[in-house]
Design a protein around this ligand. Structure first.
Ligand code: KG4
Ligand code: ZN
Length: 366
């Protein structure tokens, strides 16, 4: 993977293009990093013009997780039809596009290459600038698509299937990771606990639904890494604790419905409380009072509720994307790419695919 990644990206660099910096732009966003094909058209003056999403959940569900090769093949089938659909919805033609943004990483190598190849080729054909966007920068900026989005600076809690990070954000493009998960990401933990409880992939929304009739206080799960200082997370111990609780409470090899709900509740509560403790600490550590949560797990209502209370107690405010823009989508990529293109950045002719990519290495906009 390393050599192949290097050969794709070694020649890549950002070329400043000050000429386009002052003009309004219509940017096509292409997201194909995992199991969702997301396409969107963002206008720097009018906002989001149209978007469309194709989820591969059904394709992967019978395997209990994403099968990378199947994901790539499906992105190949869906990306161009979705681009056509989005342009039609926005009543635009390819010739109306001023720029293209595609997810360049992190993600599945083959899946990234699909969006990258299509985005780069379209850009070359249309002779417009193209930029490879960091998927987590996309998530992080998604709340700015909302009418009352946050002002800078803020603390961002990124909680997705692959990442759990607390990031200090003074402005677009400047990111300092204050803490992150040392093992499983929050979404990954939700997905694994879902499996233990016999729920389908991706598990987060199913665990949340199962937890609704759960009995508060029946099980008391640990809040990992909260009794020592620091902003890092760890969810693997909590996952094992959940597994042990599942096994201990089975009667004749099965869990009764109420016990399943009670375990889901206790797990969700432990994750949410852990996030609350760490975010409160991040406020203290940074002196900031605006909290942005983004990524798939930010769709979790209990987590939103608890973080909103914490932010208020600290004299601050919580911001999150609309439901459709918590999980993977093309709009966040179009937006993040548009901000960079407007700042005069664009890539050279390489196709970028970086399965691993450190958010802190991104260039700032200034
Ligand atoms: O951001 P995302 O769509 O993809 C990645 O970049 O990984 O996040 C997907 C993750 C999955 O692990 C899914 O189970 C989780 O987000 N998720 C949730 C909820 N909705 C999605 N987790 C908890 N509660 C939810 N309501
Ligand atoms: Zn994501």
């Amino acid at each position: 993977m390393g050599g192949y990644q290097a050969s794709l990206s070694a020649a890549c660099g950002i070329i400043p293009s000050p000429l386009i910096a002052q003009m309004p732009m219509k940017v096509l966003g292409i997201e194909t990093s995992c199991d969702e094909t997301g396409i969107a058209l963002y206008d720097s003056e009018k906002g989001l013009l149209a978007d469309a999403l194709y989820s591969q959940i059904e394709l992967h569900q019978k395997y209990g997780g994403v099968v990378p090769e199947l994901a790539s093949r499906d992105h190949i089938r869906k990306t161009l039809p979705l681009i056509r659909e989005v342009l039609d919805k926005a009543d635009c033609a390819l010739s109306d596009l001023d720029g293209i943004a595609y997810t360049a990483g992190p993600g599945l190598a083959g899946a990234l290459l699909v969006g990258g190849s299509i985005g780069r080729s379209l850009g070359m054909t249309l002779n417009i600038p193209v930029i490879g966007v960091h998927h987590m920068e996309g998530h992080l900026l998604a709340p700015l698509l909302e009418k009352n989005g946050p002002e800078f600076p803020f603390v961002a809690l990124l909680v997705s299937g692959g990442h759990t990070q607390l990031v200090e954000v003074p402005e677009i493009g400047r990111y300092t990771v204050m803490g992150e998960s040392l093992d499983d990401a929050a979404g990954e933990a939700f997905d694994k606990v879902a499996k233990m409880l016999g729920l389908p992939y991706p598990g987060g929304p199913h665990v949340a639904k199962l937890a609704e009739p759960g009995t508060p206080g029946r099980f008391d799960f640990p809040r990992p890494m909260t009794n020592r200082p620091g902003l890092d997370f760890s969810f693997s111990g909590l996952k094992t604790f959940t597994m042990n609780t599942v096994e201990k409470n089975k009667v004749n090899g099965v869990l009764d419905e109420q016990t399943r709900a009670d375990i889901a509740w206790a797990f969700q509560e432990a994750v949410a409380d852990t996030m609350v403790i760490k975010c409160r600490r991040a406020f203290k550590h940074s002196g900031l009072k605006r909290l942005v949560m983004a990524g798939g797990v930010s769709a979790n209502l209990r987590l939103r509720e608890k973080l909103a209370i914490m932010a208020k107690e600290e004299g601050g405010e919580l911001y999150y994307p609309g439901f459709a823009y918590c999980t993977d989508n093309g709009a966040m990529i179009a937006y993040a790419g548009c901000m960079r293109l407007l700042a005069g950045q664009q890539d050279d002719l390489s196709i970028l695919a970086k399965p691993r990519w450190n958010l802190e290495t991104l260039p700032s906009l200034s």
